[in-house]
Write a protein that binds this ligand. Structure first.
Ligand code: SF4
Ligand code: SF4
Ligand code: SF4
Length: 322
């Protein structure tokens, strides 16, 4: 299976950012490190009932615009959605084996974030707490972060003509600093999310897997047909990484180098729209591309031109297909 357009563009975008930097690395972001004490969230998708209380709490916490339809309007779930500049988290409903199953989506706060690595001015940073934060005062609007993110999370305020920002979940950093759980976690009536040290959450996830018969299914194809017929299924299937192992499995323990947000589920993750990703952190992949090219004396400007042409060609091909 080939690398999807978005996945390939992610690698290219990161490599282009790196190529630009190679001529003057003063602003380059060092690889992010995350201490064993960093925080994370464990989302147990088997407990989520799709009530959207987490969405409402996030909207309030971040003073986001009121949506066209209220948060208790469940008809919103009829359509597959992505986080955007006005909503940092969304819950999607998937049909798995004919039954509804829900999946909350937000920034996963990667351990070695591609968005941080791609940002040439240091507007994105990985905090020791685990949060990946954004500083609008440093941002020049290049949007490399949007291209680089393997989870397709950062959004841009296209509606803001003068001062557009990149927007995404920042793990409720202010609440973290006050010792509080993120607003979405606290609002969930089903306690589908747990907040704590990532190391502890991994132990918790393993315990949940051990104690749940539903999660011991290791060779189920349940939901594959449903997933393939949804936008989420298409997205999940198309980035060239090996198929996600079926259960038991902790999503985020290794994906894209590991993430602060982790998931366990009672259905195959791909049927819930979670993307299939390789275990290498994208910054390491872009470095490998750069090293290979610089070893052969291709200068940064040449690389940027080559990759720009490749992106242009891919976009043109995609538009032609539509
Ligand atoms: S999910 Fe995307 S936006 Fe979030 S930290 Fe990872 S690379 Fe950055
Ligand atoms: S952690 Fe905070 S910003 Fe992120 S989805 Fe939850 S409520 Fe929204
Ligand atoms: S509040 Fe909890 S149960 Fe409700 S949609 Fe969000 S994660 Fe699911």
């Amino acid at each position: 299976m080939g690398v999807s357009r978005r996945g390939f563009l992610g690698i290219l975008g990161g490599a282009m950012a790196g190529a630009t930097l190679a001529g003057g690395r003063a602003n380059a972001q060092p690889p992010s490190s995350t201490s064993a004490d960093s925080f994370g969230c464990l989302v147990d998708l088997s407990l989520c009932v799709g009530c959207r209380k987490c969405e409402a709490a996030c909207n309030k916490q971040n003073s986001l615009p009121q949506p066209d339809r209220p948060f208790d309007d469940m008809s919103v779930l009829d359509t597959f959605r992505r986080p955007d500049a006005d909503k940092f988290t969304v819950v999607n409903r998937h049909l798995v084996g004919g039954a509804p199953a829900y999946a909350k989506v937000q920034c996963l706060h990667c351990l070695d974030p591609a968005c941080v690595s791609a940002c040439i001015v240091g507007a994105l940073t990985k905090e020791p707490s685990g949060a990946v934060r954004y500083d609008a005062s440093k941002c020049i609007g290049c949007r490399y972060c949007m291209v680089a993110c393997p989870f397709q999370i950062p959004a841009y305020e296209y509606s803001e003509a003068l001062t557009p920002r990149v927007r995404k979940c920042e793990f409720c950093f202010e609440r973290q600093m006050e010792g509080k759980a993120p607003a979405c976690v606290s609002a969930c009536p089903k306690e589908a999310m747990a907040y704590g040290k990532r190391e502890d959450l991994l132990l918790m996830a393993r315990e949940r897997i051990r104690s749940s018969a539903a999660r011991q299914v290791t060779a189920s194809t349940e939901g594959a047909a449903d997933a393939a017929s949804t936008p989420a299924g298409d997205a999940a299937a198309g980035n060239g990484a090996a198929p996600l192992p079926l259960l038991p499995y902790i999503y985020g323990e290794r994906e894209a180098g590991g993430t602060s947000w982790l998931y366990v589920a009672s259905h195959p993750f791909e049927s819930l729209g979670l993307l299939r990703l390789p275990p290498e952190a994208p910054p390491r992949l872009t470095e490998a591309i750069q090293h290979g090219i610089f070893k052969n004396f291709v200068p940064p400007l040449g690389l940027a031109t080559l990759l720009g042409m490749a992106m242009y060609t891919l976009r043109g091909r995609k538009e032609k297909e539509q």
